[in-house]
Design a protein around this ligand. Structure first.
Ligand code: PAF
Length: 287
């Protein structure tokens, strides 16, 4: 069966109702398109867990802080449709902007406390835009389960919290980051890297792993673990560190001492491209 393209909210609801009438549970993969193997993994996991799979492809204007970044975000709907079809998705919801935002938006979702630091400190309003569009998409698709990549750890934490706080009837599933053999996390933004930038980008994961290894060996001082990471990043002048933080994985607050599992998260600029990545580390138990 070929994938069904829905452009409107009404078409999407009809397509989802048909799947439900056939007794299928609904798995939902929200995306902004330019699909790659990382998205493929999300669709694959949804496919194994749910009878029906809906993918949304929507470059959401209200989560971009810079118009230029929004304008040059890759839009590849034909390739995305083929990709979804090959992965066995049932429906692709790809609305035009005025279908999602037919009038000036007066209602937003703000997840306080989780959105002011890490990426949120450098992209004001970004997570408000993400939480708002995801809440709208959930209301349109009404999935049983929704799939998000762990690469966007702050986004995942924000969505989990929104769903818990608003009692939204959907189970959020985090899917591990897909990496190139070099360790570089797959991202639509990797397409923008020059050959030289691509060659140095794997240092980001090496840096995160260096901090994680220090913690796994017993380091409890976050500053010391950070130094281990920064040593990997400082080797190339073309890299500009935006932040590298060690935080607790749920509330995303910086920790004074590493006493339990932590998230090590970073954002790095390579030329004009901003890349994010993270790993979790579990400290060795004290003797
Ligand atoms: O992760 C993304 O691609 C986007 O932030 C999302 C969740 C689809 C919302 O626009």
């Amino acid at each position: 069966m070929s994938v069904e393209l829905a452009r409107t909210v009404a078409e999407t609801r009809l397509a989802v109702a048909r799947l439900r009438d056939a007794g299928k549970t609904i798995g939902f993969v929200p995306t902004m398109g330019a699909l790659h193997a990382g998205h493929g993994r999300l669709i694959d996991v949804a496919r194994t867990e749910c009878g029906g799979v809906v993918v949304s492809v929507f470059v959401n204007p209200i989560q971009f802080n810079q118009q230029a970044d929004y304008d040059r975000y890759p839009r590849t709907i034909e390739a995305d449709l083929t990709f979804c079809e090959e992965r066995g998705a049932d429906v692709v919801f790809a609305p035009p902007v005025d279908e999602m935002y037919p009038r000036p938006l007066r209602t937003h979702v703000d997840v306080e406390g989780l959105t002011e630091h890490l990426c949120g400190a450098f992209r004001p309003g970004h997570f408000r835009g993400v939480a708002t569009v995801v809440a709208k998409l959930f209301a349109i698709v009404q999935p049983d389960r929704a799939y998000f990549g762990e690469k966007d750890a702050q986004q995942l934490a924000v969505i989990r919290r929104m769903v818990a706080d608003l009692h939204l009837p959907v189970t959020i599933v985090g899917v591990p980051t897909v990496r190139e053999p070099s360790g570089l996390a797959l991202s639509s933004r990797n397409q923008r890297l020059s050959e030289k930038e691509r060659a140095i980008a794997p240092a980001i994961y090496r840096a995160l792993r260096a901090a994680a290894a220090a913690i796994e060996r017993g380091e409890r001082d976050p500053q010391a673990a950070k130094c281990a990471a920064l040593a990997e990043l400082s080797c190339d002048a073309r890299m500009r560190l935006e932040y590298l933080e060690i935080v607790d994985p749920e509330e995303l607050q910086p920790v004074a001492e590493i006493a339990g599992p932590v998230l090590i998260a970073t954002a790095v600029w390579l030329g004009e491209t901003r890349l994010i990545d993270n790993v979790t580390a579990v400290p060795r138990r004290g003797e």
